[in-house]
Design a protein around this ligand. Structure first.
Ligand SMILES: [Ca+2]
Ligand SMILES: [Ca+2]
Ligand SMILES: [Ca+2]
Length: 390
């Protein structure tokens, strides 16, 4: 009796273990299938590192991604193709830009850190002046937004919607990556989920869950991890520390996007676990157009001498709407205002955003179905988006 029940427990354990191994192997297979195997950046002019050939040099300052190798092909990012040629590297020319993550869904917390190359603050092993705590810009700074020497670590758990449009059907399934994601600190076993949605936020195609600790690193860097909240600027133990660099890429077919559902795609949605350490998420400019293309401000490298960058775009969600719309807008000042205009140009309503807010809910119930314009005015600038009421 004892033996029998003992055997049962063993058997159940074994079944569980086997199931977990199959699951893990499955997730690993997905992740490894997407792994980037080599990168070239402009650190100290030229830096090349990859699987099986990890560079002994560990970047500690700003540097931009020049190329990445995926599935046996080296793709340039368009930042400096000549650098690849002059070093005798064959490549397929590409053009990649960081997604403009100017707003981040979740609120920064005690885990959230701003990762900067150890020398970005001018002090090799120690703290310089406190960096700006607005997180979004660290995810799209540098040329094409591809600075790998800045990141947000433990990006707050939450959901981000990136507005995308004009997806080129011919670029789907061509094997050329359409999305490129970085992970440049300690990866965890939790996963981030990536998917496309329609204009109402409903999934189109299938989600891709990526567990980053199953991807092999391509290199290492030396970083400071500044606090994103609280009174402490830089905790001891977070100065000049070595971290791994990982990247993964995917073609849109991986997200179940095809000729029949492509026209429904309105947003790229990222569900963050709260443990991701992202330098940027880039997209293939030949494949999609991203609304709110980076301003000149975002293309400049961040440094402590620049003022805190500002959100420069206006987004409306959901769209079409029925009851309420959520506007994401630049941090509101006292004189800012939100207007809704009908298609013939007459003002339908006006709202005053709360000072300091970057999001405002607007009730639209009762508006006749049709096309409207939402206008956000601030600092003599006018930001417009089309709004459809159904
Ligand atoms: Ca430092
Ligand atoms: Ca593609
Ligand atoms: Ca960055």
């Amino acid at each position: 009796m004892y033996r029998k029940s003992h055997f049962k427990v063993l058997s159940a354990n074994r079944m569980f273990r086997t199931a977990m191994m199959i699951l893990f192997a499955f997730i690993s297979a997905i992740a490894n299938g997407q792994a980037v195997t080599e990168i070239v950046t402009n650190y100290n002019g030229y830096w090349r590192t990859g699987h099986g050939n990890i560079s002994p040099v560990k970047p500690d300052n700003h540097h931009e991604l020049i190329s990445f190798s995926y599935n046996g092909t080296r793709y340039s990012t368009g930042v400096n193709d000549a650098l690849l040629s002059s070093n005798g590297l064959a490549f397929t020319p590409g053009l990649y830009n960081a997604l403009p993550m100017t707003t981040i869904g979740g609120a920064a917390n005690g885990n959230t850190k701003i990762g900067l190359g150890a020398l970005v603050d001018g002090v090799a092993n120690g703290a310089g002046p406190a960096p700006a705590r607005t997180l979004g810009p660290y995810l799209n700074d540098g040329i094409n937004g591809l600075d790998m020497g800045t990141c947000v670590a433990n990006l707050p758990a939450g959901t981000m919607f990136l507005s995308v449009s004009n997806i080129q059907a011919a670029k789907i399934g061509d094997g050329i990556p359409d999305i490129l994601v970085t992970q440049i600190a300690d990866p965890s076993t939790s996963y981030d989920s990536y998917e496309f949605t329609d204009i109402n936020g409903t999934r189109v195609g299938s989600p891709l869950n990526v567990v980053l600790n199953t991807i092999s690193p391509v290199g290492q860097w030396m970083a400071d991890f500044y606090e994103a909240t609280g009174a402490t600027i830089l905790s001891s133990g977070y100065t000049q520390t070595q971290r791994d660099i990982r990247l993964w890429a995917a073609d849109f077919t991986t997200f179940g996007i095809n000729a029949s559902n492509i026209s429904n795609v309105a947003y790229f949605k990222i569900t963050l676990s709260g443990t991701s350490d992202i330098a940027f998420v880039a997209y293939n400019s030949a494949t999609i157009t991203v609304q709110a293309v980076l301003s000149m401000r975002a293309r400049q490298r961040l440094s402590r001498t620049l003022p805190a960058p500002v959100v420069t775009d206006l987004s409306v969600f959901p769209n079409p709407a029925t009851d309420v719309v959520n506007l994401t807008h630049p941090t509101a000042n006292a004189a800012d205002a939100i207007f809704i205009f009908s298609v013939n140009g007459s003002q339908v309503s006006k709202y005053v955003p709360e000072v300091g807010a970057t999001q405002t809910k607007i009730p639209v119930k009762g508006l006749p179905p049709g096309v409207y314009q939402v206008l956000y005015t601030c600092n003599q600038r006018r930001l417009m988006q089309k709004l459809v009421i159904k």
